[in-house]
Ligand binder design. Structure first.
Ligand code: GUN
Length: 283
């Protein structure tokens, strides 16, 4: 293997230390960042995510509330809770854990969250602000990808970035952020002809498709930076990314592992957004 590993856990710890320091300074002024997490139903993976978010809040000195609602909760009950949290002064960020039960319309819920408290960056106004370059709260995983690149000394400026996957949560926003960082961006997806050939043109290759081990060594330009956003569960229970790590690492210059790459950055960027929202709310 020739590639250097991008250690997401280490970079995430560095950022958390910065957040911890800033939070302590804010507390001197009587301000404590507050995050509300809402979970509807009993999805096991969601329960783990929610627990980790609450733990991160405790670790960094944030105030947090976790609202666990039964799966039968109606849409109007959930909207009522969001309305209360929108008006609650000690809450700076609201996160409704997705996916929601089928009888609840996701869009109605996301639209109801106050833009100032939209720490997921999923609200249409946050998405619009990202498009036009305004200083909005950025979606956590895409923001984490950019931080990984910058803190590894791999600035996207002037590079050719190829993004595989066009989801609203990762592919589209990470493409916009790379563009904002002055990369030349190619967005690709399942209908892109000869995907390996396009991927091979990338100085920075970001993969977020949800197909285990899709990207092989011959998809990677020698020396390229490979960022794997995938999180797939193999039949043996192990986690693996969208990149065949051992194979692609033979060609890449830098590569993120799964787990331990992009994953640890997501909650850290959520905390960073909550801190930012708290600073804005308190001048
Ligand atoms: N479920 C899985 N990932 C996420 C996320 O980033 N935000 C929310 N709200 N739900 C999720």
């Amino acid at each position: 293997m020739s590639a250097q590993i991008i250690d997401g856990k280490k970079i995430s710890d560095e950022i958390r230390e910065e957040i911890r320091r800033e939070t302590a300074a804010l507390k001197e002024r009587g301000v404590q960042p507050g995050l509300a997490v809402v979970l509807v139903g009993e999805d096991p993976a969601s329960q783990v995510y929610v627990r980790n978010k609450a733990k991160a809040c405790e670790d960094l000195g944030f105030y947090s509330e976790v609202h666990r609602l039964p799966a039968e909760t109606s849409q109007s009950e959930l909207l009522g809770m969001i309305d209360r949290l929108n008006r609650q002064g000690n809450i700076n960020g609201i996160l409704v854990q997705l996916p929601l039960p089928k009888h609840i319309e996701e869009k109605a819920v996301i639209d109801a969250i106050s833009v100032e408290k939209d720490v997921d960056g999923f609200h249409p106004v946050s998405v619009g602000n990202l498009m036009i370059g305004d200083d909005s709260l950025l979606p956590c995983t895409p923001a984490g990808v950019i931080e990984l690149l910058k803190r590894t000394g791999q600035s996207p400026s002037g590079k050719h970035a190829v993004v595989i996957g066009r989801s609203n949560i990762v592919g589209k926003p990470v493409s916009m952020l790379l563009l904002r960082e002055n990369a030349t961006v190619t967005m690709t997806h399942s209908r892109t002809p000869d995907l390996p050939k396009v991927a091979r043109q990338a100085d920075i290759l970001v993969v977020a498709v949800g197909v285990a081990k899709l990207v092989k060594r011959d998809w990677v330009k020698p020396g390229a930076v490979v960022i794997d956003v995938g999180m797939n569960r193999l039949p043996d229970g192990k986690l693996c990314g969208d990149v065949d790590f051992g194979d692609a690492a033979e060609a890449a210059g830098w590569i993120t592992p799964v787990p331990g790459g992009v994953g640890p950055m997501t909650i850290t960027m959520l905390m960073s957004n909550t801190l930012k929202a708290a600073k804005r709310a308190n001048g």
